[in-house]
Design a protein around this ligand. Structure first.
Ligand SMILES: Cc1cc2nc3c(=O)[nH]c(=O)nc-3n(C[C@H](O)[C@H](O)[C@H](O)COP(=O)(O)OP(=O)(O)OC[C@H]3O[C@@H](n4cnc5c(N)ncnc54)[C@H](O)[C@@H]3O)c2cc1C
Length: 349
């Protein structure tokens, strides 16, 4: 690998890959490294949902139209069943406020059009949105960044870094030193524990998912389903996610997680209870407590070392929206949305 770049990006998940692509496209020299294989963190965790109406009331996600347009992936649509009459009222209102995003169907209409999902209170047929394989999407961004001249390397991590007047010197786990005009840390959960970033206002949330085999009688595919969790068509399987665990003793999958996922999914598709579980995995996504917005910008007391993290459960939308704008942010710090600026934890934590 070359020993100097305009920007060195550590972490090749959605955050690092989107940033690498944007920087390479903008003409900068880019180095991208990952201590594991590309997309080996949360961004490798399987099929994922992109929904513009994710909140409890089904209100549009922050700047969602811009994010969807930037991502440019074809919308297949998805279904968002209401779990109570109260939620149904909110959902119906949301579709009236954003008719471009979704159509409201009452219980009878839902049953007629989408008999595979239980939705007695009705559902939103979300028109924009889709499901996509996280690792494939991340790798496609890395491949494109390479086509634009980026150098990308797996199984090499950043061990430490030192800021100098006109560059950052990054010491890699291989013993090499790379000089870069800027260093972008997109290292996911490692930021929470790393002594130089552990004061950032970040919170890790463990998520588990399972894949269940569709029975032979299921010869059809289903639209992505978004309820308390999600159910996504995954070839001859369904991908079911995800738990939100704020504390854990074991990082891997657990029997409790599996039970929770099946119970959650069975509210939308009861047959999942009888399907064979063929895969069970866990990963950790990082969130910003309080704002639930991503975090992007230079570390405190630094100009050259930046972080991009906190994508939470809207990783694809937020990487599409913010990662692709990294060159603008580097040129003008004020362009970083105020709600996404770097913040440290309050002393009480
Ligand atoms: C179960 C589950 C389901 C999800 N479902 C969805 C969904 O449906 N829709 C959606 O939009 N989002 C979803 N998400 C969230 C999404 O996966 C995350 O927001 C996103 O992947 C985070 O990307 P990241 O690049 O910030 O972090 P990560 O993907 O964790 O990437 C960090 C990378 O940094 C590397 N790294 C760590 N330390 C170093 C180091 N020292 N040097 C070099 N590299 C290092 C790691 O190996 C890793 O590859 C889900 C998450 C989980 C866990």
């Amino acid at each position: 690998m070359t020993d100097h770049f305009d920007i060195l990006i550590a972490g090749a998940g959605l955050s690092g890959a989107s940033s690498a692509l944007a920087m390479a496209k903008a003409g900068y020299t880019v180095g991208l490294i990952d201590q594991g294989s590309f997309a080996s963190g949360a961004s490798g965790s399987g099929m994922a949902l992109v929904s513009p109406m994710m909140s409890r009331k089904g209100r549009p996600v922050w700047r969602v139209r811009e994010a969807l347009d930037t991502l440019g992936i074809a919308d297949t649509g998805l279904l968002r069943p209401a779990s109570t009459p109260e939620q149904a009222a909110y959902f119906e209102q949301s579709t009236h406020m954003s008719p471009d995003l979704g159509i409201w169907l009452n219980g009878a209409e839902a049953l007629e059009q989408f008999p595979y999902v239980v939705a007695p209170h009705g559902l939103v047929h979300v028109l924009r949105g889709y499901s996509v394989d996280l690792a494939s999407l991340t790798r496609s961004w890395i491949d494109e960044a390479i086509q634009f001249g980026a150098e990308a390397r797996e199984y090499v991590g950043i061990a430490s870094w030192e800021e100098h007047g006109d560059h950052v010197a990054a010491l890699l786990t291989t013993g090499e030193t790379i000089r870069a005009g800027r260093l972008l840390l997109a290292t996911g959960p490692e930021l929470v524990d790393h002594p130089r970033t552990s004061l950032l206002n970040l919170h890790p949330i463990k998520g588990q998912r399972i894949r269940v085999r569709k029975p032979e009688s299921w010869t059809y595919s289903i639209l992505p389903l978004s309820g308390a969790g999600f159910i996504l068509d995954d070839g001859d399987c369904l991908s079911i996610g995800a738990t939100f665990e704020h504390e854990w003793t074991a990082e891997g999958p657990t029997p409790e997680g599996r039970r929770e996922l099946i119970a959650q999914a069975a509210k939308m598709v009861p047959e999942v209870q009888d399907m064979e579980v063929v895969d069970h995995s866990a990963a950790i996504r990082v969130t910003v407590p309080g704002t639930r917005m991503p975090m992007i910008g230079p570390l405190p007391d630094s100009t050259r070392t930046w972080v991009f993290t906190g994508l939470g459960s809207k990783g694809i939308l937020m990487a599409g929206l913010l990662g692709m704008k990294i060159p603008d942010f580097f040129n003008d710090l004020e362009a970083v949305p105020a709600s996404c600026r770097v913040a440290i934890r309050k002393a009480i934590d």
